[in-house]
Design a binder for this molecule. Structure first.
Ligand code: GDP
Length: 143
């Protein structure tokens, strides 16, 4: 499988609960490498735009409120089959359905406050990375 990039957010619940390190350790243990990372506080407009695909869903307003309640860590992850690998390590959206050892099983509270975001496909990953990191940012971080 090819080396890919994906995009991850450590959400406000997990940052507030001091789980940045625990979550990142699980990502690294799965073979993913953090190649860009920063802590940011999303504005309401940013959260609305990032989750625009869910604008018609009943949970949208609550999701935007949650994602802006405190700082998040946005990260670009790289590795073999990174998109799928990250989704596997994250676990199911609803932590009650997430497999043992996954990030959401370990750190999520409920279906909304579920600790992490991860891109669902390579195309989405590209868009989500570009939402937070410029090409110049990424180039300056190349090893
Ligand atoms: P993901 O790709 O696993 O993050 O799931 P989705 O793209 O379907 O949903 C985006 C985010 O919206 C989730 O990670 C949750 O934070 C939230 N969410 C999804 N489904 C629900 C729901 O049924 N109720 C609530 N309150 N939040 C939800």
């Amino acid at each position: 499988m090819a080396i890919e990039r994906t995009f991850s957010i450590i959400k406000p619940d997990a940052v507030a609960a001091n789980h940045i390190g625990g979550i990142t350790a699980k990502l690294e243990a799965a073979g993913l490498r953090v190649i860009a990372s920063k802590m940011v506080r999303l504005t309401e407009a940013q959260a609305q735009a990032f989750y625009a695909v869910h604008a018609a869903r009943p949970f949208y307003a609550g999701l935007v409120k949650f994602m802006t309640e405190g700082p998040v860590v946005v990260q670009v992850l790289e590795g073999e089959g990174a998109v799928l690998k990250n989704r596997e390590v994250m676990g199911a959206t609803n932590p009650e359905k997430a497999a043992e050892g996954t990030i959401r099983k370990t750190y999520a509270t409920d279906i909304e406050r579920n600790a992490v975001h991860g891109s669902d496909a390579p195309e989405t990953a590209k868009e989500e990375i570009a939402f937070f990191f410029s090409t110049a940012d990424l180039a300056s971080l190349a090893r």
